[in-house]
Design a protein around this ligand. Sequence first.
Ligand code: PEP
Ligand code: MN
Length: 340
Amino acid sequence: MVVVMRAGATPDQIEHVVSMVKDMGLKEQVIVGTERTVVAVIGDDRQKDSSVFEMVEGVERVVPILAPYKMASSEVKKSRTIIPLLAGSDARIGGRKVGVIAGPCSVESREQIKEIAHAVKEAGAIGLRGGAYKPRTSPYAFQGTGENGLKWLAEAREETGLVVVTEVMATEQIPAVSEYADVLQVGARNMQNFNLLMALGNQPKPVLLKRGLSATLEEFLLAAEYLMKNGNTQVILCERGIRTYEEYVRNTLPLASVPELHRLSHLPVVVDPSHGTGKSHLVQDMCRAAVAAGADGWIVEVHNDPARAWTDGAQSITPDQFAEMMKSIKRIAQAIDRDA
Ligand code: PEP
Ligand code: MN
């Protein structure tokens, strides 16, 4: 950080700041300018509370230099991270190829998940999504098929070879979900459930971390940092849209976050245009736009009968629409030197 002194700060005030820096175990460099003096703090100050300087007489403001997240930061790791999703399979997120995860919002039945799994596999998906535990706004809404849903997902993986991605809502669900799933999803509503993040940091399967509904990119990356600091560096960031005043969509999908997250972090970024728009007629175009923006993949809701879907039918596309879109993204990927 850099502590900027007010114009006219006295030598005593500057000395006070310098002694505080030393008390923190850090070094200082005092730069005297023509208008004002700044005190540059040298060393890793991320664990220090920079706001204490703002209370000191003669200090104008404190400017952070290091990103508050470390392991997730591109300052610390220059090469882009590629995440293998399942041992013995070549499914991965990151790298040149755009990885697509598709499936229903909720696992409804064995037949439903298998039918969709075969269709999306045929069209080129590498992963199968489907919630068995559902975070619902209303406690009266369908809450998911639970462990049965997990078993049906695993059966679909046996038949298709698709990697299973499903949400874990609570620490107690981790053993069951990781028994059947390959990638554990943290939902938007749980992005700042720090106990859950720490527990997922302590297990080996990759985590797909969704951006919170009102989280800044810094908060999003700090959530990733919780996973990484606790031992799990296999983190996939997922932009799933944020809540704004706009009403023509369920959420606003800020695709500029894709290149920005790539600039700030080495972690791969996927986009969820289903929750990001809430409208099936917008999903295909937003998938294409996400590829053009450089996304490493997407997670998209596909249902064999959207009108009868138990959850999120309005934002689910059909297997035919999915297949059609998969064809068109190949050309977009090529245009930006990627493969799909
Ligand atoms: C989901 O993927 O079905 C889901 C509930 O997503 P989100 O947490 O982004 O709302
Ligand atoms: Mn959904």
